[in-house]
Design a protein around this ligand. Structure first.
Ligand code: DAT
Ligand code: MG
Length: 149
């Protein structure tokens, strides 16, 4: 099963949306195999968002992502990377479709509630930044027999 890295950012935590985000992931059929709440260290945030280091919004992005607790997850399932990007919606919430997390709950690109890896390669890199192998659980959901043909 493919794995991806998902984060409920500090705005999602402070707005009480952790349960809603997790509920959408679970109801879609994806399996949460690791989960933690913590304040991400500045060095970890800079590594996580390294691809954006030269962008003008990088300093404010790092300041925001380290400003309070966030919830990190590893999410597994069929095409988990692509499915989680679709569950989250477009990066800019103004463009995000209703029914997506960003399209239902957000307005500003700098306060878009959730993160999800954008490719399997990015997922592997981000999972390794945030979790040890030993923190990733192995179990079956009882509904996998219905979720998958
Ligand atoms: P995504 O989070 O959809 O993968 P991204 O990787 O392009 O989007 O950008 C990472 C985060 O950086 C994004 O969730 C919010 C912030 N960001 C992106 N573009 C921005 C912009 N033009 N102004 C302010 N923040 C921006
Ligand atoms: Mg991204």
């Amino acid at each position: 099963m493919e794995q991806t890295y998902v984060m409920v950012k500090p705005d999602g935590v402070q707005r009480g949306l952790v349960g809603d985000v997790i509920s959408r992931i679970e109801k879609r059929g994806l399996k949460i195999v690791a989960l933690r709440m913590n304040v991400i260290a500045e060095a970890t945030a800079k590594e996580h968002y390294g691809e954006h280091a030269a962008r003008p919004f990088f300093p404010s992005l790092i300041e925001f992502i380290t400003s309070g607790p966030s919830v990190s997850m590893v999410v597994a399932g069929k095409d988990a990377v692509k499915v989680m990007r679709a569950v989250n919606g477009a990066t800019n919430p103004v463009e995000a479709a209703p029914g997506t997390i960003r399209g239902d709950f957000a307005l500003d690109v700098g306060r878009n509630i959730v993160h999800a890896s954008d490719s399997p390669e990015a997922a592997a890199r981000e999972i390794a930044i945030h979790f040890k192998d030993s923190e990733i659980g192995k179990y079956s959901r009882v509904d996998e027999v219905c979720l998958y043909e």
